[in-house]
Design a protein around this ligand. Sequence first.
Ligand SMILES: [Zn+2]
Length: 136
Amino acid sequence: MPYADLEKRVLANKQWRLAHREELSKYMRTWNANNRDKVSKNKRLSIQRAKTRAFEVMGNKCNRCGITDWRVLQIDHVFADRRADKHLIGHNICHYYKKVIDPVNVGRYQLLCANCNWIKRVENKENGKPQIELLQ
Ligand SMILES: [Zn+2]
């Protein structure tokens, strides 16, 4: 084996990739175009894994009412600063899920069910519009 040492192998691999950047990029574009099903499936799996991991770290239940049905659970921005993550949510949701569980961001996110999330939005006037209430 030419590189028994892992660090040397990783470095050699990185150098090779840099030296062959153009052809590697061309190869990957062609491979991706010819394997759309695999690319799509792998992307879905990556998102599923990242979401599952994020939900596990966040306790797998609503922070207010305790419901555990993952179908209604949502990641809530505690300080209603969703705009800061808009670019991640729209383009790279896996990075968003990783950011959510990053220890640097403890307390910025919480898991809420859809009902509790909407109730929180109304209570904190996070919609930015005057709330129309039902007549009593
Ligand atoms: Zn809830």
